[in-house]
Design a protein around this ligand. Structure first.
Ligand code: NAP
Length: 278
């Protein structure tokens, strides 16, 4: 696993992550910067795994975060573990319901005054044959698609007012490439939908300086599979790079895409090479 960033590295990153919304005081003819603020980052599915890791990284960089998850107790416990109470807000609720995305924006504006980045990360997974997925299963997975859609819908108005923003979705390599032995049609119906929304939205919002990108993880060590470390080890050979991914691998990609001002509409596999072969 990557070692945590050193103090100087964090300081350099922190500088580059200050939202570049410098307002120039042109009225009196000076170039004096009169406003500069830290980013506010909305993260769905932040009580565990990848979402928690993303929250931890942004907090280390000095950002404000608004965290979401369905289970309020777990979400509050995650916020406690993260510390930095003054820069954390939580919104419990199913992100598949439109009102949850709207609440995230409301809380972000009330607490921190801006909405700069949205990470559509919330999701669930179960592998089953097409014969076994029930209608209820399919509906529950489609909640992931509705969640990413409604949360994006909730943020764009404010991002336009602010002059731009960044939306990053977390989908899966399985959305574009089935893998023998891992049948996943129902969850991938949602993830494939998010990929399509991501491409279309990137084009629709480009003129508003809102970038929309997607990360397609391979197997990442998180609680989503209910596996122990040694069970993950047995999956190492499925990736050309010879290991399963760590949360930090996805965090690196999120920070890159957030900071990559000339990149939009990308679906970036972070999978040890599994998407292209192996
Ligand atoms: N780990 C992997 O190998 C892998 C691979 C490909 C894609 N992904 C994707 O990466 C994302 C994060 O997964 P993870 O591995 O970090 O899993 P995780 O540890 O199980 O975390 C999932 C998070 O999403 C929340 N969540 C689930 N459904 C939600 C909903 N409808 N509304 C709000 N919050 C919801 C969960 O909290 P509550 O249960 O309390 O709501 C939890 O905080 C998911 O979208 C997953 O599909 C993961």
């Amino acid at each position: 696993m990557r070692s945590p960033p050193q103090a100087r590295e964090v300081e350099t990153l922190r500088e580059s992550f200050k939202f570049s919304s410098s307002i120039l005081n042109i009225q009196n003819g000076s170039n004096e910067m009169i406003a500069s603020k830290q980013k506010t980052v909305l993260i769905t599915g932040a009580s565990s795994g990848i979402g928690y890791g993303i929250a931890e990284a942004y907090l280390a960089l000095g950002a404000n975060v608004v965290l979401n998850g369905r289970n309020e107790k777990n979400l509050a416990a995650a916020a406690d573990r993260l510390g930095n109470k003054d820069r954390i807000a939580i919104v419990a609720g199913n992100i598949g319901e439109k009102k949850t995305g709207e609440k995230l924006v409301e809380v972000a504006l009330e607490r921190f005054g801006s909405v700069d980045v949205l990470i559509n990360n919330a999701g669930v997974f179960a592998t089953k044959s097409i014969d076994d997925y029930s209608e209820e299963d399919l509906d529950s997975f489609l909640m992931n698609l509705k969640g990413a859609y409604f949360a994006s819908q909730a943020v764009v108005g404010r991002m336009r007012e602010q002059g731009g923003g960044s939306i990053i979705n977390i989908t899966s390599i399985l959305a574009n490439r089935g893998i023998k032995g891992i049948p996943a049609t129902a969850p991938m119906a949602a993830k494939g939908g998010i990929n399509s929304v991501s491409n279309n939205l990137a084009i629709e919002l480009a003129a508003d300086n809102i970038r929309v990108n997607t990360i397609a993880p391979g197997i990442i060590k998180t609680p989503i599979y209910g596996l122990k470390d040694d069970e993950f080890d047995q999956l190492n050979s499925m990736q050309p790079l010879g290991r399963v991914g760590e949360v930090s691998d996805i965090v690196d990609a999120v920070l890159y895409l957030d900071n990559a001002n000339f990149v939009t509409g990308v679906i970036l596999p972070v999978d040890g090479g599994a998407a292209v072969g192996g």
